[in-house]
Ligand binder design. Sequence first.
Ligand code: ATR
Length: 276
Amino acid sequence: MTLSGKAKLAGVIGWPVAHSRSPRLHGFWLEAYGIDGAYLPLAVKPEDFETVLRALPKMGFSGVNVTVPHKEAALACCDTVDDPARRIGAVNTIVVEPSGALHGSNTDAYGFIENLGAGVPDAPAVLLGAGGAARAVAVALLDAGAPALRLVNRTHARAEALASDLADARISVGDWGDWTTCLAGAGLLVNGTSLGMEGQPPLEIALDALPADAVVNDIVYTPLETPLLANARRRGNRAVDGLGMLLHQARPGFAAWFGVDPAVTDELRDHVLESL
Ligand code: ATR
């Protein structure tokens, strides 16, 4: 699409940024909705991050996404941040307000819940992992009303630290490898670790104790069908892949910058999948 002089500008700031799928994702929507706007990959070194962020309003940007390694710095630099971003400890979406102030939010929790589709089951949720990605999922599950949240991480102390940070009576910490106890009576199992990702070791977990009606979700989406999801499907559990979280987390930013709440469609999924 040809841009006019009034084109709206957004982008993704990362270092490096070449791996980001966001330009492809937002570019698809800009084209699909015939929007006079552009979404750019912005490779910015950590030492330049704050200068670049502060220059965005002066350059007429509507806002940006922020990715590795800038998400924590973005939390510190924004003028205001929303509650999920504060609790997750990271900002992934910034909107430039009419005053020029920067409003930071974290849309990963939103993307996670939208991707689950049917809401959070009314039974304990089990979350594997305690890194940045797992933290966003934990906040999402608590905010969506999970009746109990079992955190299970290889490094027990990290799960304890996350539990203590989030300070919610519904959280308990389980032991990595004690799958029978962890999975008994669960309504949802989420892999929030990097295990199972291409180039990483597989996630070795015995699902025998997981109820047949539990939902299984992997936030890993390369490959799309992880061994965990394949295993879950074989035993009759509903399996939800991780790509939808990436697609849905992008929606609030696009809506704020370009004025259209975009749809996550099969065509969009295929378009992004082609680049994985
Ligand atoms: P991110 O911010 O992307 O979540 P991270 O902070 O490096 O990345 O977290 C990676 C997660 O995968 C952690 O929960 C990590 O467990 P530890 O806290 O014990 O490191 C988990 N993980 C990575 N490799 C693992 C492995 N080989 N076995 C078990 N868990 C692993």
